[in-house]
Design a protein around this ligand. Structure first.
Ligand SMILES: NC(=O)c1ccc[n+]([C@@H]2O[C@H](COP(=O)([O-])OP(=O)(O)OC[C@H]3O[C@@H](n4cnc5c(N)ncnc54)[C@H](OP(=O)(O)O)[C@@H]3O)[C@@H](O)[C@H]2O)c1
Length: 184
């Protein structure tokens, strides 16, 4: 389930002063966001324009946007960012299967007028923080603060199907392929 203002602060980045809004592609996943993962509000991006749905949920705007989607979600976020807001770009799954060049956001000027900061990143650029992550996440797990789901597909021969299903949203939580133990 890729924030969109959104995904994943639900559990790891929360504090008492902030609220998190998430999006997902089914009613069942939307329910998980608020009932299991700690989001304050969520919407189904397939129910209507993301721009309209997000704006309705955040009338006072957004300070931090975590992007796993790009496309319509990034554009919707740029609409509602508050002055000085920050956008972390992690993924752009909305465009991965496009056969045409994806349309750019039509509201990039908001970056100028609202003094926004956009920063992209990949996991590989932050491996030096892995020990700190492990320490923090281990503590959160031990304290029972982390809820999660996994979708497990058996057999390495089904890896491609699992990958395609992940792109289509068939997974809930991390999509994993279980490989039989290698005989000794
Ligand atoms: N920067 C990095 O180092 C890094 C590393 C790994 C992954 N990523 C990125 O992180 C994102 C999440 O990847 P993940 O591996 O953790 O898998 P994931 O969260 O399970 O992402 C797959 C989910 O994306 C959703 N999705 C598919 N098409 C969509 C669309 N057009 N609009 C909105 N949501 C869509 C589907 O859920 P729904 O049912 O909700 O549609 C699907 O279950 C991806 O963008 C990926 O490229 C970045």
């Amino acid at each position: 389930m890729p924030v969109r203002t959104t995904r994943r602060r639900g559990q790891c980045g929360g504090d008492q002063q902030s609220a998190a809004v998430g999006s997902a592609g089914s009613a069942a996943k939307v329910a998980l966001l608020t009932e299991k993962y700690g989001y304050d509000a969520a919407f189904n991006y397939k129910d209507g324009p993301v721009r309209e749905q997000l704006a309705a949920l955040v009338p006072e705007g957004v300070d931090v946007y975590f992007d796993n989607v790009g496309g319509d979600h990034l554009q919707a976020a740029l609409d509602v960012m508050r002055d000085g807001g920050r956008l972390a770009l992690c993924g752009a799954i909305a465009g991965y299967n496009s056969t045409e060049p994806p349309a750019g956001p039509d509201n990039l000027a908001n970056v100028i007028t609202r003094g926004l900061t956009i920063k992209g990143f990949t996991l590989g650029g932050y491996l030096h923080l892995a020990p700190e992550f492990t320490e923090r996440m281990t503590g959160w797990f031990a304290a029972g603060k982390i809820a999660y789901d996994e979708t497990v597909v058996d057999g390495i021969e089904h890896t491609v199907d699992a990958f395609l299903d992940m792109m289509r949203g068939a997974n809930t939580g991390k999509m994993l392929v279980r490989v039989d133990a290698v005989p000794a």
